[in-house]
Design a protein around this ligand. Structure first.
Ligand code: FUL
Length: 691
């Protein structure tokens, strides 16, 4: 018997070693590579941001810190409603603004009086973080914490002892509310504030003040699986814009030691990562479903359209970054119905786009394969842990997907197996037509996930050519899809002369509109060419395709047209500020005293004004503090309003300011401060009048 066992052992040994000698080792990782917590986070792909705090009740984007806790009083707060909306949209978690720049805490922190405990909400016994934790548990969502390092309320902000306060609060948040998946540190830091009544400006050295290393160590103790977000990571970095897009070339590798939170050159020089970055710090795209991060009733009709949200998805998740989509929870304490509907419709479209993966009836082959366990079939087996790889020495190679029959497609999805590092530097996509390979796309990086959109092609073969790579390509997944077209809601423009034009990107669809605030349909006025409308008007329009499918409603409220307005500045090109074209702007030169002066042509009852900063990518001279003067002519100007355009740097959208109603004919919008100290720039200036 023992001889049999011996024989068996020898045979097994022979078999094992022969198997072993035939098997090929997997590729060596290319440094840097992700940690386990980063890999788990990367799989989430889509999760919600909630901006809900004191600003919700003061209608602000950045509170000063001097707000009365009594103002915080949601009437129907229901975190379960938030969780239900997000879960249905396919999101995997929620990151909540536990404390924003104004310092108000959504949980009853032991270390400050500036919290929910001193608000009338739930008689001071409420805890938003606890309620959210429970709602997340019910819906199987992960919980994340946004904590602003900048605190405009705290008397010690800027002094060393503030760091103790910050760490004690983080300990509360990270030890009392179960598992936290992400800790989010904002880059906005230092400036004016209440600071316990000092009401002064406090600047900090963003590189050294916070002693982040100590805080990070504590966070690792309290929440070892949480990723830490800031401009500089250490685990997840900012994508460098708040408009909702990543970049076609984007590396998860970052020269981390050269970057710090709030660095002025971060978004221009570092945000897209570096091929030779030293650390794995992937980017995350954060964007709001509305223009602002916080709820403002005046943005209820500015919720992003489905086509815009779908674009954002493709340009974030489809460009190697998870999407952190923000919902400004309203004063009731609910996700607004419109926002809930839009995200649902967005995901309906995304799910439809990816419903049918055409590779399921296809076969895959490759120009080079490392060995049988790394064959081309691994990219279409729906198992993202199996991958195709080439020999170590083969850095350029092709993968071909052959379909059973001719198929139509316009989407292509591809994923690198990132536990072995990000490798691909360039690739092309081709399809076979009449025996010839035709190029569809010429691209650069892939990373965790890359999705390409292109006009529909018909073919029975698709080829991916990896033309440049840091090391042998390692691809775990490929998908091919046929998405249906999308109807875009119409866009509007009014010229100085009052000519209104309505546009849609697809000229084959028809447009119907109304001028009386009613919802348009096929019986409304059919748009054929621009029309003149000088008076205030509420305009709504839809686009409709040949089969009767219609877009969402596009909506705009125009005040009086600037036809009779006159620019009084010496530099007549200041006219760009009132030409109705958001893409042109005027920058004040010397002699124009940092202001736009407008003669409105006749006396009006002014109730407010609006300012749009330049919309180009690398702008300068965005106004952060303003003064509005008005005049009836003859005498001098009187000050009508003075204030701050909060968060305008990161979110350069229309700023609308209401003022006490007053009769005037002339207005002067003066910049008191610009974000970069450069002369102020004006894309558009408008007025609100009572009529
Ligand atoms: C910015 C903040 O200043 C905004 O208020 C918002 O929280 C956004 C997500 O980050 O830097």
């Amino acid at each position: 018997m023992s001889n049999w066992i011996l024989l068996l052992a020898i045979l097994t040994g022979i078999l094992f070693s022969s198997c072993h000698s035939n098997s090929v080792a997997p590729p060596e990782p290319v440094q840097p590579i992700p940690t386990a917590r980063q890999l788990a986070w990367q799989d989430l792909e889509f999760y919600a941001f909630v901006h809900f705090n004191m600003n919700t009740f003061t209608d602000m984007e950045w509170g000063t810190g001097g707000e009365d806790p009594a103002l915080f009083n949601p009437t129907q707060l229901d975190c379960h409603q938030w969780a239900r909306v997000f879960k249905e949209a396919g999101m995997k978690g929620i990151i909540i603004t536990a404390k924003h720049h104004d310092g108000f805490c959504l949980w009853p922190s032991k270390y400050t009086e500036h919290s929910v405990k001193n608000s009338p909400w739930r008689n001071g016994d409420g805890d938003v973080i606890r309620e959210l934790q429970e709602a997340c548990a019910e819906y199987g969502l992960k919980l994340g914490i946004y904590y602003s390092p900048w605190d405009r309320n705290h008397a010690d902000y800027g002094k060393p002892q503030y760091l103790e306060y910050m760490r004690r609060q983080l300990k509360e948040l990270l030890t009392q509310y179960g598992d936290i998946f992400e800790v989010w540190f904002d880059g906005a830091n230092g400036g004016t504030g209440y600071y316990g009544g000092a009401n002064e400006e406090r600047r900090v050295d963003k590189l050294t003040y916070y002693d982040w290393e100590t805080t990070y160590k504590l966070i690792r103790e309290w929440q070892p699986n949480a990723v830490i977000f800031s401009d500089a990571g250490p685990d997840v970095r900012w994508v460098g814009n708040e408009s909702g897009h990543s970049y076609p070339t984007i590396w998860s590798n970052l020269m981390r030691d050269s970057v710090y939170g709030g660095m002025p050159t971060y978004h221009t020089d570092w945000a897209d990562g570096q091929e030779n970055g030293t650390h794995w710090v992937p980017a995350e795209t954060n964007v709001s479903i509305r223009p602002g991060w916080y709820y403002h009733a005046y943005e209820d009709h500015k919720v992003k359209s489905v086509p815009k949200l779908v674009d954002i998805y493709y340009e974030s998740v489809g460009m190697n970054t998870p999407l952190l989509l923000n919902f400004p929870v309203d004063t009731r304490g609910l996700v607004h119905e419109t926002d809930a509907l839009q995200v649902q419709n967005m995901m309906k479209k995304i799910r439809a786009d990816f419903a049918n993966n055409l590779v399921s009836g296809a076969s895959a082959s490759a120009s080079n394969t490392r060995g049988s366990s790394f064959g081309a079939g691994n990219v279409i087996d729906q198992d993202k842990h199996s991958y195709w790889a080439t020999d170590d020495s083969t850095l350029t190679a092709s993968l071909t997907i052959a379909f059973d029959t001719t198929v139509r497609f316009n989407r292509f999805l591809i994923q690198e197996y990132i536990p072995l590092g990000q490798r691909i530097k360039a690739f092309t996509l081709e399809y076979l037509e009449d025996g010839t390979w035709k190029e569809i796309a010429r691209e650069t990086t892939i990373g965790y996930k890359r999705i390409l959109r292109f006009p529909t092609v018909e073919s029975n073969q698709l080829r991916i050519n990896f033309t440049d790579s840091k090391a042998c390509p390692v691809i775990c997944n490929v998908g091919v899809y046929d998405a249906t077209p999308l109807l875009y809601p119409p866009q509007f423009r009014r010229s100085i002369a009052g000519d209104i034009s309505i546009q849609v990107p697809d000229s084959t669809v028809e447009i119907f509109y109304t001028l009386d605030g009613s919802a348009p349909d096929i019986n409304s006025i059919r748009y054929t060419s621009p029309f003149n409308y000088h008076d205030p008007v509420s305009l709504q329009a839809i686009a409709m395709d040949a089969s009767g499918h219609q877009s969402e409603i596009g909506h705009i409220d125009f005040d009086i047209a600037p036809t009779d307005w006159r620019i009084i500045n010496r530099d007549t090109s200041a006219r760009n500020a009132i030409d109705g074209d958001e893409n042109t702007y005027w920058t004040a030169g010397s002699g124009d005293y940092d202001q736009v002066i407008i003669d409105l042509g006749k006396p009006v009852s002014l109730t407010g004004f609006s300012y749009l900063p330049p919309q180009n990518r690398w702008f300068s001279g965005i106004i952060s503090e303003y003064a509005l003067y008005v005049s009836n002519g003859g005498g001098g100007y009187r000050l009508a309003q003075k204030g701050e355009f909060s968060n305008i740097k990161n979110s350069p959208v229309w700023q609308k300011v209401e003022i006490p109603e007053q009769k005037c004919r002339y207005i002067k919008l003066k910049a008191l401060k610009t974000i970069d100290g450069n002369p102020p720039s004006f894309a558009e200036v408008g007025v609100f009048t009572k009529h």
